[in-house]
Design a protein around this ligand. Structure first.
Ligand code: AP5
Ligand code: MG
Length: 182
């Protein structure tokens, strides 16, 4: 079974939802940079204060800041992990590779969750996180297209990428993911 995973996909595609389900089921370390950043915001750290303004606008937080959070976390558990919302651009993808090289590990599978914009928008508006308003969601989508979506080709050309349609119930999508993991 593949246990070193990345979840890729636009905002609201269901990365976090599925990451929690899959990582609980297979005891993987779930690392979401969005969750880690929001935890910093709640704690009111300086890093959190810097990040909040950027997150509320739907921009990407600087690579330096994100990488400083990620470093050290993967090393904690090398028998399986699931990265959700990271890497977010080519710089982060290359930094991740360097990090993994050092600990002699490799990505085994990248799962791309795909969902139409209208469905994403509807799901996110219903959730109502502080960055879930229409203006910010549309900007997050633009940022995804321009900065994150090049990773689809990047991982696809390495033969690592598999796509999963994000339509359907949470259970149905989890099943589809499990089929490609095993
Ligand atoms: P992040 O937290 O990563 O947010 P995101 O990518 O915009 O994605 P979401 O978490 O909104 O969506 P998701 O795909 O996880 O879907 P979810 O499962 O929640 O990033 C937030 C911000 O932090 C960024 O904008 C950036 O500023 C910063 N950031 C984070 N990482 C960064 C990085 N690496 N570099 C730089 N900046 C970074 O589902 C969405 C909703 O749909 C939920 O309410 C859920 O219950 C519902 N739902 C899920 N599945 C289904 C289903 N099958 N049917 C019906 N509803 C469903
Ligand atoms: Mg998420």
């Amino acid at each position: 079974m593949k246990k070193k995973l990345l979840f890729l996909g636009p905002p609201g595609a269901g990365k976090g939802t599925q990451a929690v389900r899959v990582s609980n089921k297979y005891s993987l370390l779930h690392l979401s940079t969005g969750d880690l950043l929001r935890a910093e915001v709640i704690e009111g750290t300086e890093l959190g204060q810097q990040a909040k303004q950027i997150m509320d606008k739907g921009e990407l937080v600087s690579d330096e800041l994100v990488l400083s959070i990620v470093k050290g976390k993967i090393i904690l558990k090398n028998d399986g992990w699931l990265l959700d919302g990271f890497p977010r651009n080519l710089i982060q993808a290359k930094a991740l590779e360097a990090l993994l090289d050092k600990i002699n590990q490799q990505i085994e599978l990248v799962i791309l969750l795909e969902l139409a914009d209208e469905v994403l928008l509807e799901r996110l508006l219903a959730r109502g996180r502080s960055d879930d308003n229409e203006k910010t969601i549309r900007h997050r989508l633009e940022v995804y297209r321009s900065q994150t979506s090049p990773l689809v080709e990047y991982y696809s050309s390495q033969g690592l990428l598999k796509s999963v349609n994000g339509n359907g119930t949470m259970e149905e999508i989890e099943e589809k993911i499990e089929e490609i993991l095993i």
